[in-house]
Design a protein around this ligand. Sequence first.
Ligand code: FCB
Length: 450
Amino acid sequence: MADKRIFPDDFVWGAATAAYQIEGAVNEGGRGKSIWDTFSHTPGKINNGDTGDVACDHYHRWQDDIALMKQINLEAYRFSIAWSRILPTGRGHINQAGLDFYSALVDGLLAADITPFVTLYHWDLPQALQDDGDGWQRRGIVDDYLAYVDIVSRTLGDRVQYWSTFNEPWVFSWSGYYFGEDAPGWQNGIKAALTTTHHALLAHGRAVPLLRQNVANAKVGIALDMNVAEPATDKPKDVAAAMRFDGFQNRWYLGPLFRGNYPEDMLELYAGNLPDIHDGDLAQINVPIDYLGINFYRRSVMAAGEEVPPVNYRRVSPSGDYTEMGSEVSPQGLYDIMKYVYDHYDVPDLYITENGAAFKDEVSADQKVHDTKRVDYLYAHFGQAQRAIEDGIPLKGYFVWSLLDNFEWAYGYQMRFGLVYVDYETQRRIIKDSGHYLAQVIRQKQPSSI
Ligand code: FCB
């Protein structure tokens, strides 16, 4: 059934990746170790003992990968820079080969008429900085981050206009320092997570003017993983749990960024576990930005429970369709989170910086990958993006996660999110039906079903 609604002409279509998930070549080109090298090589941390050592070998195959982007008609490509390729020990010695790699990638993208969207930090802190005062726990990391951002933006700023300071601070703070499921794998309680968040937000706020200084006409933003927290029932205890979860995941980030304060109810809840917040920090964090990136994977239905005391929530799984990652397929949730941020915060332009799904993909006898579920998933989510635009929400672009099947962190290679299938034995790539579908959507500016 053809959908008559058309996306605006200047709407940007892209796909996203992250350095550690695709590059491989971890010991090449002068790259230093990151916390993800250490974590993935720690027995028991990653499904099947997988590591990012080779991943999609994108470090060597980036030209072929740009050719794939062209076949999918991508207009933009969101990727991250590995800090430890630029500064192998986190600070000090600059590795020219690392800068050259990203510089060539950017040139290749521009030559292919694909707009680069650079993410400066997608979780892979140089191990040397982790070893010095426990990484994001040390306030001085902010200066290290700024020195790194300065080098990268001075090198690429003549060609890259779109920058994201961070990808998903909630995840690397809580999963990295509280749940221990991502690098560095700490389980050190709330204060450690909140300290990481505070230093990352401060680093964000202080990087914005620096990027503006180094990049003419810079568009600077940050990507947050968010979804609306819905109470499982209308019982007051579930409504209150949903409100706390919203504070935990969404408002703790949106508040400082767009209002210059942490939410009062959460400050009370976290009392005794608060990070060291200096006078003036929040004013620096609350610097105007050009766009907010939303990474959306599911909605959150919440009941009162025992997770992360004193947040005390319990995730409820409604009946319906689920992805391989166990995320409920909830397209309406994409609309809801955009509407939520637009209604409650003075937000600038919005981009969906990540949305996608893992399903069990297989190469069929015809050597194609018929990922019908992913096509349906994208079709439904694109429709919600259109709805948002029609309602006046300033959504300017959409990046599908991910260009390639890749190293899905603690899940290893088991989870396939790509528009392009990767055979990890041979590094052969096959554009999945979803990739062909996206190519058609971009060509027609219209998410008709395939
Ligand atoms: C997001 C991450 C991204 C990828 C997707 C599936 O949380 O930003 O790197 O792992 O989930």
